[in-house]
Design a protein around this ligand. Structure first.
Ligand code: AMP
Length: 193
């Protein structure tokens, strides 16, 4: 894994554990020689990931839509900042430029990115690992919900291991490196669906 897309919040929660861990994620990825691809913002956890990686000499590529550059939330000190027209182009770029996805705590935008990465893995639009870092138990309910999707039958057994979860980045990266792509929907027969 040479580059990972990091999905995270643009907000700054009151509890410093989130910003601190985002900075630590950026730093740890850079230390391992793994480049960061992210939304190109300077605010909240997004800025903390970027600054953590840059401080450790890492490569940080931001991909941001024109509208958000206008809102002056773009980070000006990145290795590269790609400005695109639409959010769809931005998410396609995250997928094209990275070897996998790491989601750390975030809000609605982060969820959009995480669920797309999971959905595209299941469909077969990419075969890259999708990791979730459960910082401070933030994602306990989401993890339980994914299990519920499997129990009820909306998530097929063959796709239950797409979401790779860990409480620490070291464990998460080891699991992601060992990921074996599952059988995607585009290779399944209608009888299996
Ligand atoms: P949220 O989790 O709702 O804060 O959204 C964060 C995600 O949405 C990021 O990964 C970005 O791709 C996008 N996003 C939302 N707000 C911003 C912002 N102010 N600057 C750059 N990207 C943003």
């Amino acid at each position: 894994m040479n580059r990972l897309a990091v999905y995270c919040g643009s907000a700054t929660p009151a509890d410093p554990v989130y910003i601190d861990s985002a900075r630590a994620v950026g730093h740890a990825l850079a230390t391992r020689g793994i480049g960061v691809v992210y939304g190109g913002g300077r605010l909240g956890l997004m800025g903390a990931v970027a600054n953590g990686a840059l401080a450790a000499g890492g490569e940080v590529i931001g991909v941001i839509p024109t509208a958000l550059v206008g809102a002056e939330v773009a980070h000006k000190g990145l290795t590269e900042l790609h400005v695109v027209d639409t959010m769809h182009q931005r998410k396609q770029a995250f997928t094209d430029l990275s070897d996998g996805f790491v989601t750390i705590p975030g809000g609605t935008g982060t969820m959009d990115e995480l669920w797309e990465a999971m959905s595209w893995a299941q469909l077969g639009y990419h075969a890259k690992p999708v990791g979730l870092l459960n910082t401070a138990g933030y994602y306990d309910h989401l993890i339980a919900f994914v299990a519920k999707m499997g129990e009820v039958g909306f998530l097929r057994p063959v796709h239950r291991d797409i979401l790779i979860v860990a409480d620490t980045l070291d464990v998460l990266l080891d699991r992601m490196a060992a990921y074996q792509p599952t059988v995607p929907i585009i290779r399944m027969s209608s009888a299996d669906l």
